[in-house]
Design a protein around this ligand. Sequence first.
Ligand code: ATP
Length: 230
Amino acid sequence: MLEVDHLSKRFLEKQAVDELSFSIQPGESLGLIGQNGAGKTTTFRMLLGLMERTDGTIEWQGRKAHHLPLDRVGYLPEERGLFAEEQVEQQLLFLAGLKNMNKKEAKASMAYWLDVFELEKEKKQKLNTLSKGNQQKIQLIAALVHRPDFLILDEPFSGLDPVNTDILKEAIQNLRREGVTIIFSSHRMEHVEEICDKLVMLKNGKNILSGRLGEIKTRMDRNRIVAEAS
Ligand code: ATP
């Protein structure tokens, strides 16, 4: 579905993403893991065409592409996209309209997601009057409202308490079961372990470890056993 080959981004002296390659098939989920400044957000911005790449190629469904088709993709940006002072419902419907959904479809989709997160009563409120966890759920709905089949989630769990982290995790796992393809970034391995089929670990923009999670775990266990034995 998506194949990224030697994707690179340089800012003057800084090599933010360094010849990154990975692929993802329909229905798979891939975790991009790395510390602050590893290059996760820059990778997403290049995939979405929000930032020009310095080098490398992106292939979408077997064809070279400048970026992913935005009507098919839902994006939860790290800095989150919604306006704090605006009403939840208005913003969600506006976003769905931007992605070419008609009003009836948009209303039905919004109602569906508000119901999933038990937030129907909050839809008339301004975003900043909601709790942090509820704001985060609304931000996720903003990425989902046009029913994308490919999701890019930049640090979806950052700043969330454990209860809301679990609710969001379950929502992501349900999307996965429905066949949505997902890439998400995290600082934390345990999030990736629970949700992802594949992992790419970034350090200073470089892919330092990647593969299917099961294989990586076996490899790591084997290395540990060898290290302990020697
Ligand atoms: P974080 O979790 O902190 O967001 P990240 O893995 O998403 O980290 P990026 O935001 O992609 O990392 O940043 C990668 C590197 O590129 C960092 O060193 C950052 O300072 C640098 N960088 C990112 N955007 C720019 C920019 N517009 N101009 C210059 N340098 C940038």
